[in-house]
Design a protein around this ligand. Structure first.
Ligand code: C2E
Ligand code: MG
Ligand code: MG
Length: 711
């Protein structure tokens, strides 16, 4: 089939049929121009498609109508004179839709044997390629803009390390001449970089290593000769899964580092005095320990904890800024009291520490004396003169600790002994066992004094019926505030009192006090049973039952309003004797309960034998409720067992609703804990159980009666 369009035999304008067939067989757009008339005499379908023309619009026209660039115009103007002329170039056609088409176009002469002469115009459509190129150019321009807009210097090299591109920031960071050219094969670039490095040789080796491992990623910190610090990150540049080069990015860290260093310094020094702080001191101690090495060095170092005496007075009477001046002066004097190699640190407030290098006990004592002398010199600011004393505790390494924390704690402990002993002096830390004994003796002494001087009081924690939230009792818990030591927990001093036997005296006081309180409440119309903790030693006293009976009688309190909380330890001694005693107490009408149930040697046997009315589930089993499976199991078992034996079960230490709900579900009867109320002062307790209606209740009116069970 002949697809070429040619004028029918209209010689000499029409092309011979052979040429027609040839034209049509060409894969590309082509047309034929008659050499005499210089008009188009044949055109193939590809060309018609390329131009968007019908054959009748293309045939017989001047070739410049089809492809009319200036170059084509010029060519056809000269074609008459030069029948052998030819051109080949890229040009643009206009499609009938008005859009351009990029083509490679060649025009070549065609001389047939009969003397006929034509021109063959061949066109290769380049539009697609041109579009792709244009897109690539846009992309490149965008990439370049991105590259230029980053704050980092970017350098791209090929696998051999030859420059492929870089941004202006790169040239600026490295101080390279602006006109540095983007020359492939530029190895001089690395030389330039090497020259501005502090250690150029090392840098060269590093770059070589990177280039030898095309897949390696790296991050380096580079130090430049001018003092700046750059971060260099290098990543392989990949194309179709293969490395084709490397991208380096550089960032100036100098400012960031400077800021960081400043922060670091601030974090390690005290603002007021400029001295190292606790953290910095701790690091110094670590260094010291490390430098002394393993084993026991003959001479280690000393740590002095210096705490000013009554500094608070200066602050309070003269103001904080005055206090600050004193602290600064103290720092200067302390510095002057020790050697240049020693460290002065401010630990906070009026506390300082001195780390004395290479000091044994003798040297440490000398330092401590010098500190005292320095501080003893009068201070005078403005018109005021005064002296300052300090308490100084000394810890030695080795001996008083193996870590900074241990050493600091030892020195501080020794400092407190100085304070206790009347301040203004120094003391060495004494290893633990002796100390414990010492402080226990002191505590014991203070405890005895507290009993004489009325230093103890009782708080009452409400015991609440689950479900109704009715307060059905109050547990009496002892409280002690020591003038020097502050509030001391019974968990701390009761065990000590148990050891020394003093718990018997304390217990008697608690018993009488609690009974007196219950009697006082009763006289006001509040019928509230009180529970008193009884320690094993107290219970084992021969006259214990009499003590209880007498106390009840003296206060005229019905025995039903007293509950004694015993621990399982009570039964560890002579069980028969314990049973006799408990029976006697029960006969008085006193309620007995087992405290901290579950933590001792509980056995069903004694629960059945002893006249116990109540079990107190220990706080440790309540804590994990309701989530912890083991706690839930134990709590459930205790409740089940208690109920089976006809005992009341109360849970201690209930802090959350979830715990309370679980216990209610399990069938527990009562609870006490922070959820309802912590142990309260007697007046607070009354406040807490008073009915919400806040009616004024007359003494002896039974309005209170509904609040507490008859017990
Ligand atoms: P305990 O008899 O088991 O007393 C319960 C402890 O749990 C009390 O601690 C109480 O304040 C605390 N507690 C109450 N509710 C909660 C709570 O919801 N969460 C937590 N975390 N704790 C709660 P406290 O007063 O420190 O007494 C400790 C222990 O000292 C008592 O344990 C008891 O064994 C003993 N103790 C207290 N007072 C006396 C006393 O007068 N004589 C004797 N012999 N021992 C006493
Ligand atoms: Mg108790
Ligand atoms: Mg308890």
């Amino acid at each position: 089939m002949n697809f070429a369009h040619a004028l029918p035999s209209r010689s000499p304008l029409s092309a011979p049929p052979l040429v027609d067939a040839l034209l049509d067989s060409l894969p590309e757009a082509a047309w034929l121009v008659d050499g005499q008339s210089l008009t188009v005499c044949g055109i193939n379908r590809a060309a018609l498609r390329l131009l968007g023309l019908k054959p009748e619009r293309a045939l017989g026209v001047r070739p410049t109508l089809l492809c009319g660039s200036l170059e084509d115009e010029t060519f056809w103007m000269g074609a008459e004179q030069d029948p052998y002329a030819r051109i080949r170039s890229d040009t643009v056609l206009t499609h009938s839709d008005g859009h351009p088409r990029w083509v490679s176009r060649s025009i070549s002469p065609l001389h047939l044997p009969g003397g006929d002469h034509y021109w063959l115009v061949l066109l290769h459509d380049q539009t697609r390629r041109r579009r792709a190129e244009a897109e690539r150019e846009t992309l490149l321009a965008e990439l370049r803009a991105t590259l230029e807009s980053t704050a980092d210097g970017i350098l791209v090299v090929d696998l051999a390390g030859r420059v492929r591109s870089f941004n202006r920031r790169f040239a600026k960071l490295w101080g390279l001449p602006g006109g540095l050219q983007h020359e492939p094969g530029d190895a001089g670039l690395w030389l330039s970089l090497q020259r501005v490095m502090r250690d150029g040789e090392q840098y060269r080796a590093r770059i070589e290593a990177l280039l030898e491992a095309p897949l390696m990623r790296s991050s380096d910190v580079l130090r430049l000769a001018d003092g700046r610090v750059l971060e260099q990150v290098s990543l392989p540049q990949m194309s179709r899964g293969e490395p084709i080069g490397r991208v380096f990015s550089f960032r100036d860290l100098s400012e960031k580092l400077a800021a960081h260093q400043r922060i670091e310094e601030l974090g390690r020094s005290d603002v007021l005095t400029g001295a190292p702080n606790r953290r910095a001191l701790s690091d110094r101690i670590v260094q010291q320990i490390a430098s002394l090495g393993d084993g026991a060095p003959a001479t280690g170092f000393a740590l002095l904890h210096v705490d000013l005496d009554r500094f608070k007075q200066i602050n309070d009477t003269l103001g904080h800024s005055y206090g600050d001046r004193v602290l600064r002066e103290v720092a200067v004097r302390l510095r002057g009291a020790v050697g240049a190699a020693d460290t002065l640190a401010r630990l906070g407030g009026d506390e300082f520490a001195l780390l004395i290098d290479g000091a044994d006990a003798v040297a440490a004592e000398e330092s401590a004396r010098r500190v005292q002398q320095q501080l003893a010199l009068p201070f005078s600011f403005d018109t005021l003169s005064f002296t300052v004393t300090a308490s100084c505790g000394i810890a030695l390494y080795p001996g008083d600790g193996n870590t900074p924390d241990e050493l600091m704690a030892s020195a501080e402990r020794a400092m407190h002994w100085v304070k206790e002993g009347g301040r203004a002096g120094f003391r060495f830390h004494v290893p633990r066992r002796e100390v414990d004994l010492l402080s226990r003796m002191r505590l014991d002494h203070a405890m005895r004094q507290a009993l004489v001087e009325g230093g103890f009081r009782l708080h009452y924690q409400p015991q609440v019926e689950l479900g109704s939230d009715r307060v059905i009792g109050a547990e009496a818990l002892i409280r002690w505030r020591d003038p020097q030591r502050g509030e001391i927990s019974p968990a701390e001093f009761i065990p000590l009192a148990e050891e020394s036997g003093f718990v018997v005296a304390i217990g008697d006081w608690v018993l009488r006090e609690a009974i007196a309180q219950a009697a006082s409440w009763l006289s006001q119309g509040l019928r509230m049973p009180v529970a008193v903790n009884v320690s094993a030693l107290q219970f084992q006293q021969a006259q214990f039952v009499d003590t209880v009976a007498n106390a009840l009688r003296d206060a005229a309190l019905p025995a039903s309003l007293l509950e004694l909380e015993l621990t399982e330890g009570v039964l560890l001694g002579d069980a028969e004797e314990a049973l006799r005693r408990m029976s006697a107490l029960a006969a008085l009408g006193v309620t007995l309960s087992i405290d901290d149930f579950g933590t001792g040697y509980s056995s069903l046997a004694y629960l059945k034998r002893f006249p116990i009315q109540r079990l107190k589930i220990d706080r440790s089993f309540v804590q994990g409720l309701p989530g912890a499976a083991s706690d839930a199991g134990i709590a459930n078992a205790i409740v089940q067992m208690g109920r089976a034996l006809g005992l009341q079960v109360i849970a201690e230490g209930v802090e959350t609703e979830a715990q309370r709900d679980f216990l209610a579900q399990a069938g527990c009867h009562e609870f006490q804990g922070f959820l309802f109320a912590p142990p309260l002062r007697p007046e607070e307790f009354v406040q807490r159980v008073r009915p919400r209606r806040s009616v004024v209740v007359e003494p002896a009116v039974s309005g209170w009666l509904g609040l507490a069970s008859a017990g």
